[in-house]
Design a protein around this ligand. Structure first.
Ligand SMILES: Nc1ncnc2c1ncn2[C@@H]1O[C@H](COP(=O)(O)OP(=O)(O)O)[C@@H](O)[C@H]1O
Ligand SMILES: [Mg+2]
Length: 263
């Protein structure tokens, strides 16, 4: 983990709001992610976490407020533009091409991101293939490189999606429930890989997680959404002991709330 110092944020949201008709999925959310951090984003179901990722990766319009990445206003940028600036994400519902092999998935993800980029800046096919192979090694997937993605386990698909997000060598990676529904061994693999990407390659992470141990083990800071609003922000310890957070998850009377948080 990296100590956070007073430095220029890598990502900053100011008053970010998103309305779906009359529903405020996000209301006036402020947040900062500093370079080198692993930041957790938690909150009950429907609290707006995925919507925030959709706004940041610009697959959803931001209704109000502003988002800055590397000091640049990205509030109205296109998805491929933010990808080109170095922001990459995975999806809560896995998006891999089942009929294509692992390496084909990696190569295709890169082609999509290259949209709109000047041709001469585009890395060659050979470079891309080299990078895809490096990534499958790094993710301990080299033995399934020619396997169709449809034949992979849920956990391996998650790893592949992380690989697809890493293909353009981003600075900030947003992971939406990277560990949901996967076995404990692969969760450890994902944890190790995130740690190494962070400590050795200086990658910054913002991760949506329900696995509280994962958050506690990995994150420098956590911020909490509830009903589209920021409820709290702090170290994992501070957050686990925060009364408002406990109430949001389990209800003021101590009754257990959402089943999804049981282990
Ligand atoms: N495309 C959409 N159209 C309408 N409502 C949506 C859409 N996406 C999300 N929502 C609503 O926004 C709220 C936040 O959803 P979401 O961001 O998926 O929550 P979380 O990821 O925290 O579980 C929910 O009430 C959800 O129904
Ligand atoms: Mg979600």
């Amino acid at each position: 983990m990296t100590a956070v110092t007073q430095q220029q944020p890598l990502l900053e949201g100011r008053g970010v709001s998103k309305y779906f008709g009359g529903l405020a999925a996000l209301s006036d959310v402020d947040f900062t992610v500093y370079p080198g951090e692993i930041m957790g984003l938690i909150g009950p179901n429907g609290s707006g976490k995925t919507t925030l990722f959709d706004c940041l990766s610009r697959v959803q319009d931001i209704s109000k407020g502003q988002v800055f990445f590397k000091g640049e206003d990205i509030t109205r940028k296109k998805p491929y533009q933010v990808a080109h600036l170095g922001l990459s994400r995975t999806f809560q519902i896995i998006r891999v091409y089942n009929k294509l092999t692992v390496i084909e998935n990696l190569l295709l993800s890169q082609q999509w991101r290259n949209k709109g980029i000047l041709k001469q800046l585009r890395p060659s096919g050979q470079q891309m293939e080299g990078r895809a192979k490096e990534l499958t090694d790094f993710l301990l997937m080299s033995h399934v490189i020619k396997e169709k993605a449809g034949n992979l386990s849920g956990g391996q698909k998650r790893l592949l999606e992380i690989g697809m997000a890493l293909m353009p060598d981003p600075d900030l990676i947003l992971l939406d429930e990277a560990t949901s529904g996967i076995n404990p061994t692969l969760i450890e693999t994902i944890k190790d890989r995130i740690r190494e990407l962070n400590s050795k390659y200086n990658k910054t992470f913002l991760l949506i997680e329900h696995n509280i141990h994962f958050i506690g083990d990995l994150c420098d800071r956590v911020f909490v959404l509830d009903y589209g609003q920021k409820l709290a922000e702090g170290t994992p310890d501070e957050i686990m002991n925060n009364q408002a957070v406990i109430e949001a998850y389990f209800g003021a009377d101590g009754d257990e709330g959402d089943d999804e948080y049981d282990e």
